[in-house]
Design a protein around this ligand. Structure first.
Ligand code: HEC
Length: 123
């Protein structure tokens, strides 16, 4: 019975898990609490200290209208692929020196992958 339930759950979650084999979106939602100090993640959510992150996967960096991005991020030319987001959460200032995201980074590789998997669900 338990095994059957798990199989159904795996099927339901299918596409998300397939795209993010390395990350666990549910665990990532808990990691995101560290980001939520500065970011909202809901559709139509407002900007806080950082820009709203709904739909961030696939978006070009520094393109959310109305948010005052740093010049460094505007000039970065980054597109937020999942790989780039994982690097970013590991250490934003290493990816874009001069960014105004004042966050040292997440050191756990698992938590980096998990939070990226969570960001990928925001669509
Ligand atoms: C102390 C506040 C703060 C925290 C904590 C924080 N951020 Fe940010 N974040 C910012 C700011 C400010 C910017 C804008 C950076 C710039 O313009 O250089 C930003 C930018 C971003 C961007 C780029 C968005 C875009 O539109 O280009 C992403 C992605 C991002 N943050 C993800 C995260 C994630 C994931 C976490 C948690 C692991 C996190 N942030 C934690 C403040 C924060």
């Amino acid at each position: 019975m338990l095994r059957k339930t798990f199989a159904v759950l795996a099927l339901l979650a299918g596409s998300t898990f397939a795209a993010n084999a390395a990350g666990d979106a549910k665990a990532g939602a808990a990691v995101f609490k560290r980001c939520a100090v500065c970011h909202t993640s809901d559709k139509g959510g407002g900007d806080a200290l950082g820009p709203n992150l709904f739909g961030v996967v696939g978006r070009k960096a520094a393109t959310r209208p109305g948010f005052a991005y740093s010049a460094a991020l505007q000039k970065s030319g980054i597109t937020w692929t999942e790989a780039n987001l994982t690097k970013w959460t590991a250490g934003p200032a290493r990816v874009v020196p001069g960014t105004k995201m004042a966050f040292a980074g997440i050191s756990s590789k698992k938590q980096q992958a998990d939070v990226t998997a969570y960001l990928a669900t925001l669509k």
